[in-house]
Design a protein around this ligand. Structure first.
Ligand SMILES: [Zn+2]
Ligand SMILES: [Zn+2]
Length: 778
C-alpha cells in the first residue's frame, strides 16, 4: 500500500481571530486530523501552514469555518498550495509583524463561567483574584495599544508572568494558552482602596474589595476602576446615598444604571423577558433597559419617574467580588463630572471625582482606551441599541457594498461616535460623548488616531455634518485644510443612510426615509427634524415632505426649556393677549412675563429660527400636558421621554392629520394637532390620554405622508431613523400601521437610531458623493 501524497497548504484567516483562542483551536484541529505545520498571528489575522493528505486538509479547512471558537468572527478564509516540506509535527509560532495591519481587535468580553468558578473556589490559586481571565474572556480593546495583539502591545506589558502563569500561557492545551492579559495574585495587577485624598487605606492582608463593599453598605459613594473607565457606586436601596450621589454629580434626573450579580438579583428588581435575559448574559454584558418591579425598595432617585431600570450583570471578577461582598445590587453610573467624558486614567479620576467619591477602589492595570457601557432596549423579541460601546466596539460592521477609499466620518455633536471605513468594513467607535468641551474633543482626536493605527486606515476622504458650529465639523475643516477631500452630509440624510447600512440594504434600491429627531442643520438654514426623503444610498436623497415650520423661540434655550415651544405655538394660533387668557397650566406655569418674552421673540424672529423638528413638537405637547421635564430639561429629550412615560398605552383615537402641498413638497400641518390637543385640555381630558392620542397621531402622520410619496414615487420601503424613534410607543405603532398598509419597514438593529449612529451614514454617503464627483470629472 502506498502512502497518500503529502500536500502543504497555506491558509489565511481574517476577521476577529486574535485574542479569542484561535491558535489553540487551529492547533487542536490540526492534531485531530493528524496534520503537521504551523500557526501564527500576523498583522492580517491568522496564518496557517498545514501538511498532510488532501482529504484531511479538506476536513481541516471545513473545520476552520464551522468549528471556530465562540468569540471568533471569521470573515474570510483563503488558501493556496505550497511545496511540501515533509514535516511531522504541528507547532505554534510567535507573532510576526507584517506590512499591513488588518487583524481585528476583539471587543472586551465579560468574565466566563470557568474563570468565575476559579475566583470563588477557596483552594484555587486565583481565589478572589479580581483580574482573572482566559482566552474566552477578559479585557481586549481597552488594554490594546497597538497590533498585532500581543502582551507586549497591551497595558499588561509591565507585568511579567510568574512560572505558573507562563506555563499556562505556553501550553496549547490550556485555557490560558496565549491569553495576553493572563495574570494571578503572584504576578498580576492588584487592587487598593484609597480615601479621597489618595491615601491607601490598608495593606495586606486586609481585603480592599471586602472593605469597599462594607463602605458601600454604609452609605458611601465609591469610585470603582473597571474595564473601560471609572464607575461611581452606591447602595441603590438607600434613598439618601443615591441623592448624595446625584447632588455631588450635579445630575438631576437622568437615570443611573444598576449592576447585579446574577439573573436572580435582576429578577428581584425587574421583569425580564427571554430576549432580555439573552442580552444580559451575552458576551458583551450590556446595560439593558428593563421594566421595573413595584415596591422593590429601589430608591426613587435611581431613575426618577421612569418605569424602567438600566441593569447590567457584573462583567469583571472585580465586579463579581464587590457585588458578592456587598450582598446587594449596586448603582454603577459613569464616573464623570456632569457632562465630561468618563474618567479612565487614575490622575484624571482623582481630579474629576474628588468631590463626588468618598473612596476609590483602584488597580494598577492601565486602561488604554476609555469605553462606556453599552445600552440596549428591547421591544418584543427585537433589540435596539441606545449606545453601542463596550463589548461591541471596535468590532467592525459588515456592509452590503465596498468602500472605494478609506473614509473617516466625524459624526455629530451629541452622543458622538466617529466611523472609519475601508473595504467592506465600518469601524464605528465606542461612545465618545457630547462634544461640548475640551476633554471630549481630546478623547475624539485620540480615538481617531488610535483607530487609524489599529485598523491601518489612512483617511482619503472625510465626512462631516453640515452644522458649522459642531466641534466635529471644525475638526473635519482642519483636515480639509491639509488637503484631504471633505464632504458635508445633511444630518437627517445621514440618519437614513445609517439605517440602510445597518440593515445591509442594497445601495441602488430606493426607499422613503423618515427622520424624526431633535435638531439638525437643514440645507435651507432652518432647523430640521421631521423629514421625509426619497432616494437611495447610490443616488442620494431628495426632501419630499416635512413637518410644518414653527419657530424655535430663543434657539437652544427652547431646547432646554420646552415650555417655550408650547407658548410660541399658542401665540401663533391665538395671539399674545388671547394666549394669556387661556385656562391652561402651561400658560400659568410660564407666567405673563415669559409669555410676553416669547411673543416678542416670535414677533421679531430674534434668535428664533424656523424648525420642522419632531422632537420639538413632542416638547410642545409635553409642555401642554404638563410633564415635569417641560419646565427645564436636565438631559436630552427629557420632556418627550416623560410624555411617552405617561401615555395611557396604545389607542386608536387620533387628532386630525392634514397635509398640504408646496410645489413638490408635502407639509404636515402640525398646528392642527396643537389646536386639537388644546381642545382636549379644555374638555379636561387627562394627560395620559392626550399623550396616547398624540403618539397615535404621529404614527398616522408618518403613514399618511409615506402613502402620498408612494403614490407619486412608487417606493414601498420605509426606513425609520432619528432620536425620536427611541420612543418605543411611537416606533411600535408606526411600524404596525405602515405594515398594515403593505409597506416594508426598516428600523435600526446594530447601531443607535439617535445621533450615535450618524457617523456610519455620513461615511457611506460621503463615499458615494465622492464617487459621483469623480465620475463627473472624467
Ligand atoms: Zn475566562
Ligand atoms: Zn502568575
Amino acid at each position: 500500500m502506498r502512502a497518500p501524497i503529502q500536500e502543504r497548504w497555506e491558509v489565511s484567516v481574517r476577521g476577529i481571530v486574535q485574542g479569542v483562542g484561535f491558535r489553540p483551536f487551529v492547533y487542536a484541529l490540526a492534531r485531530r486530523h493528524g496534520l503537521a505545520g504551523l500557526v501564527r498571528n500576523d498583522a492580517e489575522g491568522v496564518h496557517v501552514e498545514v501538511e498532510g493528505d488532501a482529504e484531511r486538509l479538506d476536513l481541516f479547512l471545513r473545520g476552520i469555518e464551522e468549528e471556530a471558537p465562540p468569540l471568533a468572527v471569521v470573515e474570510a478564509v483563503s488558501w493556496r498550495p505550497l511545496a511540501a516540506l515533509g514535516e511531522r509535527v504541528f507547532r505554534i509560532e510567535e507573532s510576526r509583524e507584517g506590512s499591513q495591519r488588518r487583524a481585528l481587535i476583539s471587543p472586551d468580553v465579560a468574565t466566563c463561567e470557568d474563570c468565575l468558578r476559579e475566583v470563588f473556589d477557596p483552594v484555587d490559586r486565583r481565589h478572589r483574584y479580581p483580574f482573572t481571565n482566559c482566552t474566552n474572556c477578559g479585557p481586549r480593546f481597552t488594554i490594546t495599544r497597538a497590533v498585532p495583539y500581543d502582551r507586549a502591545t497591551t497595558t499588561m506589558s509591565s507585568f511579567e508572568m510568574c512560572p505558573d502563569c507562563q506555563r499556562e500561557y505556553d501550553d496549547p492545551a490550556d485555557r490560558r494558552f496565549h491569553a495576553q492579559p493572563n495574570a494571578c495574585p503572584v504576578c498580576g495587577p492588584s487592587v487598593r482602596l484609597l480615601d479621597r485624598f489618595g491615601h491607601t487605606l490598608q495593606a495586606k492582608p486586609d481585603d480592599p474589595i471586602l472593605r469597599a463593599a462594607r463602605m458601600l453598605r454604609g452609605r458611601a459613594v465609591v469610585a470603582v476602576k473597571g474595564l473601560g473607565g471609572y464607575h461611581l457606586a452606591c447602595d441603590p436601596f438607600d434613598e439618601k446615598a443615591v441623592r448624595t450621589l446625584r447632588g455631588r454629580k450635579v445630575r438631576q434626573d437622568k437615570p443611573f444604571a444598576i449592576m447585579a450579580r446574577d439573573l436572580a438579583q435582576v429578577r428581584g428588581i425587574c421583569h425580564i423577558t427571554n430576549a432580555e435575559e439573552a442580552l444580559l448574559t451575552s458576551p458583551a454584558h450590556p446595560i439593558v433597559l428593563l421594566e421595573r418591579r413595584e415596591n422593590t425598595g429601589v430608591a426613587e432617585a435611581v431613575a426618577p419617574r421612569q418605569n424602567t431600570l438600566g441593569v447590567m450583570l457584573a462583567y469583571t471578577p472585580l465586579h463579581h467580588l464587590l457585588l458578592r461582598d456587598a450582598g446587594i445590587p449596586l448603582v454603577m453610573t459613569s464616573g464623570n463630572n456632569s457632562d465630561e467624558p468618563i474618567a479612565y486614567r487614575d490622575e484624571e479620576a482623582f481630579a474629576q471625582l474628588w468631590e463626588i467619591a468618598d473612596y476609590y477602589l483602584v488597580h494598577d492595570r492601565e486602561i488604554h482606551m476609555r469605553c462606556d457601557d453599552t445600552v440596549i432596549r428591547t421591544s418584543g423579541s427585537r433589540s435596539y441599541p441606545v449606545r453601542r460601546s463596550r463589548g461591541f466596539a471596535p468590532a467592525p460592521l459588515r456592509l452590503a457594498a465596498d468602500f472605494t477609499r478609506h473614509t473617516l466620518a466625524c459624526g455629530g455633536e451629541l452622543k458622538n461616535t466617529f466611523c472609519l471605513a475601508k473595504d467592506r468594513h465600518a469601524f464605528m467607535s465606542h461612545h465618545i460623548g457630547d462634544m461640548e468641551n475640551y476633554e471630549t474633543l481630546r478623547s475624539f482626536r485620540e480615538g481617531i488616531e488610535h483607530y487609524c493605527r489599529l485598523f491601518d486606515v489612512s483617511p482619503e476622504l472625510v465626512a462631516y455634518d453640515l452644522h458649522p458650529e459642531y466641534l466635529s465639523t471644525k475638526y473635519a475643516g482642519e483636515l480639509e485644510e491639509t488637503g484631504l477631500p471633505a464632504v458635508g452630509i445633511q444630518h437627517h440624510q445621514a440618519h437614513i443612510a445609517s439605517c440602510l447600512a445597518d440593515n445591509e440594504h442594497p445601495a441602488e434600491e430606493r426607499v422613503i426615509g423618515v427622520a424624526f429627531d431633535g435638531t439638525g442643520y437643514g440645507t435651507d438654514g432652518a432647523v430640521w427634524g421631521g423629514e421625509f426623503f426619497e432616494g437611495s444610498l447610490e443616488r442620494g436623497f431628495t426632501r419630499r415632505a416635512h413637518l410644518e415650520y414653527t419657530l424655535l423661540p430663543g434657539g437652544s434655550a427652547a431646547i432646554r426649556q420646552p415650555w417655550r415651544m408650547a407658548i410660541a405655538q399658542l401665540v401663533r394660533l391665538y395671539g399674545e393677549e388671547e394666549t394669556l387668557k387661556l385656562p391652561l397650566n402651561a400658560v400659568r406655569a410660564a407666567g405673563e412675563r415669559n409669555v410676553r418674552l416669547v411673543a416678542r421673540l416670535v414677533e421679531h424672529e430674534f434668535n428664533t429660527p424656523p424648525t420642522s423638528s419632531a422632537g420639538r413638537l413632542f416638547d410642545s405637547v409635553a409642555a401642554l400636558a404638563g410633564v415635569p421635564g417641560s419646565s427645564r430639561t436636565t438631559y436630552e429629550g427629557q420632556a418627550a421621554v416623560e410624555l411617552e412615560l405617561i401615555a395611557a398605552g396604545p389607542t386608536n383615537r387620533a387628532y386630525p392629520v392634514r397635509l398640504r402641498s408646496e410645489g413638490a413638497t408635502w407639509i404636515v400641518e402640525t398646528h392642527e394637532i396643537i389646536a386639537a390637543v388644546l381642545e382636549d385640555l379644555r374638555s379636561v381630558r387627562p394627560a395620559p390620554e392626550i399623550s396616547a392620542t398624540f403618539h397615535r397621531t404621529m404614527a398616522e402622520t408618518v403613514v399618511a405622508t409615506c402613502e402620498k410619496i408612494r403614490e407619486s414615487d412608487t417606493v414601498n420601503t420605509v426606513a425609520l431613523s432619528g432620536g425620536t424613534f427611541q420612543n418605543m410607543l411611537l416606533l411600535d405603532q408606526t411600524t404596525k400601521l405602515l405594515e398594515e398598509k403593505q409597506f416594508m419597514v426598516l428600523a435600526h438593529q446594530r447601531v443607535p437610531t439617535n445621533d450615535g449612529g450618524l457617523s456610519l451614514g455620513q461615511a457611506i454617503l460621503a463615499d458615494r458623493v465622492q464617487r459621483r464627483r469623480q465620475q463627473e470629472e472624467t
